[in-house]
Design a protein around this ligand. Structure first.
Ligand code: AMP
Length: 393
């Protein structure tokens, strides 16, 4: 099935048109600066050169119309598209799995939007636009939280007063669920089913770990929002929650200032003082920059600590997988993390770790206590497969 996958943000809209059978990507691109001066679309077809199209994108509706026009110009008419998959960041308590778009399910995306206001409102608008514009194409909602929804209560419940938790729907929702689910699927296929307790390490500019037992999420490091857990590109990850109260009371920061600080000005960026991009930090560290060295040391320390936490939630692990920008590309960071787990007998084969490839591969030494793999993630394909499955029913 030919599926268009859409990932809308407050001022951006990424799209990818792919075939679920062959996995071939026919076209992909990104509408940038929607509603802001200087908007443009970066578009590429069949793996060719990226073109930059400078077009006015006053709102998401215009952006969607441009995307369909671009596809039409490439000879892909809307009636050839079998379905549209929408990535939604927060599914709240309504999406333990992906669902076909109806007025009711669209309403749910809006109802839970206060939990992820920067994303869900824009996503709901775009779903609505596609649903109205192309009534003959099925639309499907795939949420980042669905995979984690059925984790054990002891893992998702917060130790806050029950009335507060109930009133505000506070719990660990997690994120990157589509990626973690894909990683389970691919790893299981690659190892011919010889995997039971997997720690999936999605390390990109956003980063999270997931404890997956026989295909089920048992725990994850992101929480009510994606701010929790690991040190990320610009997010601080887990800190004492009282820091927020302290900054507001003593530093006279507003709620929005603290929110921006912790989401956009912290993490590797703040620690290194150089960049949020791990490549710049690795370079800085190699050149002797002490802040970059500490940023890496802290990243290895926290990530390995939380890998152990994920393993503990399953009372063991047999496999760990690195994925996403850092996990797939940085042999230095993979080694930095795994070296912290040497006390437990986890060991890399340095030669295998140095190999660059787009295919799943084992990088651990033969005598490692746990298999370590690199498995490239593909959230768009996972979304497209959900679209195919739901619309074929
Ligand atoms: P993602 O969010 O999965 O796209 O990952 C983005 C992050 O991955 C970047 O900020 C970099 O820190 C890292 N990254 C991407 N490509 C590479 C690479 N070739 N080598 C090392 N790190 C990379």
């Amino acid at each position: 099935m030919l599926v268009l996958v859409i990932n809308a943000g407050s001022s951006s809209l990424k799209y990818q048109l792919l075939d679920t059978k062959t996995r071939k990507v026919f076209a992909k691109g990104n509408c940038e600066r929607i509603g802001i001066d200087g908007s443009f679309i970066g578009h590429e077809e069949n793996g060719g050169e990226k073109q930059k199209l400078e077009v006015a994108l006053p709102n998401h509706e215009v952006a969607v119309k441009h995307v369909f026009q671009i596809l039409k110009d490439a000879d892909i008419d809307a009636n050839k598209i079998g379905g549209i998959g929408h990535r939604v960041v927060q599914g709240g308590w309504y999406f333990p799995e992906s669902k076909v778009v109806t007025d009711e399910t669209l309403g749910w995306v809006r109802e839970v939007a206060p939990l992820a206001p920067l994303h869900n409102y824009a996503e709901a608008d775009v779903i609505d636009i596609c649903h109205r514009m192309f009534p003959n194409i099925g639309n499907v909602i795939v949420t980042d939280t669905a995979f984690h929804y059925n984790m054990p209560e002891k893992a998702y419940r917060y130790a806050l007063p029950r009335d507060v938790v109930d009133k505000f729907h506070i719990r660990k929702y997690g994120a990157h669920g589509t990626s973690h689910r894909y990683i389970w699927r691919e790893t299981s296929k690659f190892l011919n089913g010889d995997v039971h307790q997997l720690v999936s390490c999605h390390l990109g500019s956003g980063a999270s770990l997931c404890a997956i037992q026989d295909g089920h999420s048992m725990d994850t490091t992101m929480g009510l929002t994606p701010l929790d857990g690991l040190i990320m590109g610009t997010r601080c990850g887990t800190i004492d929650p009282a820091t927020v109260c302290y900054l507001e009371r003593e530093g006279h920061y507003t709620v929005d200032q603290v929110d921006t600080m912790m989401n956009k000005q912290s993490g590797l960026l703040a620690l290194s003082g150089v960049s949020s991009d791990s490549r710049d930090i690795e370079k800085g560290a190699a050149e002797g920059n002490k802040n970059c060295q500490m940023a890496l040391e802290m990243f290895y320390y926290r990530t390995s600590q939380l890998i152990a936490e994920m393993a503990q939630s399953m009372h063991g692990f047999d496999t760990m997988v690195f994925t996403a920008g850092i996990g797939e590309n940085s042999d230095t960071m993979r080694k930095g993390i795994v070296d912290q787990l040497a006390w437990f007998g986890v060991k890399l084969d340095d030669r295998k770790n140095a190999v660059r490839s787009d295919d799943p591969r084992i990088i651990s030494a033969d005598d490692s206590s746990v298999k370590v793999l690199v498995v490239p993630t593909n959230e768009e394909l996972m979304i497209a497969l959900d679209v195919e499955e739901l619309l074929s029913k």
